[in-house]
Design a protein around this ligand. Structure first.
Ligand code: TXA
Ligand code: MG
Length: 314
């Protein structure tokens, strides 16, 4: 069993010693290692079984530390940082050579984020290097929002899990870049577009083929997930053992024990927090062969939830 606890000093020592530490954040748990150490980065890629052309996000606790690793922080980035950091936002910058090409899959840019999680920020304060951390799941599988999920993905190779309880937001950060006077959205996430628009004009990046890490399988349970009208899907797959991921109420077509409600108050934020943990539950239920779900109201965080549901179902 991988060692876990709330010992910041121990986590810090492990990271300084090229070790791998799972870190809690407000979005999902990350598989962390020293972002400027090749040995640590190689361990992350191989543990996660992640292709080397999918770059990692670097995490730290201050703009000063980011400035040591990037060429410049544009004006708009300062505005975004002031409003949304610490928080579920990742910004792409031009990188300095101190960041190894291995960390960024040979791109001349690097992604940075300051997460909003007290215990993790304290850990970062003790380090003089950024922590590279992809979500702490095997490549392509569901992102972890609790240490129980981390244990489902890994049984060894990790030096310590810093326990921060359940992740408050439950979906990854929003990734953005700065293009002339536009904010380019690379990945939808927990920071919603309505909020980003208050800082500047946004544009959705839609050149998926040229985007690093845009792979077909993502956030996917092992069981096949179908998205659409629940009643007709239940009819089409009636010969299968069906589980339902419901928004705010259960349905009459399937045994109620095989259904999970994301938010009985129809609250999109609650649904977002529960999305991945509900997928983990349905995926490990023995008496279910397929999972059926439908898209949620496509507003606010609902847009991000729908993005993940569609990708999980691909
Ligand atoms: O909330 C999150 O962002 C979580 C927590 C742990 O912070 N991390 C996370 O990392 O979701 P990961 O590795 O699962 O997703 C990182 C994605 C990559 O797949 C890639 O698409 C994008 O970030 N990325 C990283 N560096 C990039 C760069 N230089 N340019 C464009 N995209 C980049
Ligand atoms: Mg991931």
């Amino acid at each position: 069993m991988i060692k876990s606890g709330k010992n910041i000093d121990y986590a810090s020592r492990m990271l300084k010693d090229d070790g791998i530490v799972v870190i809690p954040t407000e979005t999902v748990y990350g598989l962390g290692g020293n972002a400027i150490n090749i040995n640590s980065i190689n361990k992350i890629y191989s543990l996660k079984k992640r292709p080397k052309n999918d770059p990692l996000i670097c995490h730290t606790d201050s703009l000063d530390k980011i400035l040591k690793h990037v060429n410049k922080i544009p004006e708009t980035a300062y505005k975004l940082a002031e409003k949304f950091w610490p928080g579920p936002m990742t910004i792409i910058f031009e990188k300095k050579n101190i960041i190894p090409n291995l960390t960024t899959s040979n791109l001349n840019t690097v992604a940075f984020r300051i997460p909003k999680k007290k215990i993790t920020l304290e850990l970062f304060k003790s380090l003089n290097f950024p922590v590279a951390a992809p979500s702490a799941n095997i490549f392509g599988y569901i992102s972890p929002t609790s240490i129980e999920h981390v244990h489902k993905n890994f049984s060894n190779g990790i030096d310590y899990i810093l326990d921060g309880g359940n992740c408050k937001l439950g979906i990854e950060s929003t990734i953005l870049g700065l293009k002339k006077n536009k904010i380019l959205i690379y990945r939808l996430g927990s920071l919603i577009l309505n909020d980003i628009k208050k800082i500047g004009d946004i544009e959705l990046f839609n050149n998926e083929e040229n985007y690093p890490g845009s792979f077909k399988t993502h956030y996917s349970p092992r069981k096949k997930l179908y998205i659409g009208d629940i009643k007709s899907l239940c009819k089409s797959y009636q010969h299968k053992k069906i589980g339902i991921l419901c928004f705010d109420k259960k349905y009459e077509y399937v045994d109620k024990k095989k259904q999970i409600v994301l938010s009985d108050k129809s609250c999109l934020n609650e649904a977002s927090r529960n999305l991945y943990s509900s997928l983990y539950k349905l995926d490990s239920m023995k008496n279910i062969e397929i999972i059926i779900s439908s898209l949620l109201p496509n507003d606010f965080i609902g847009t991000t939830i729908n993005d993940r549901l569609k990708k999980s179902a691909e």
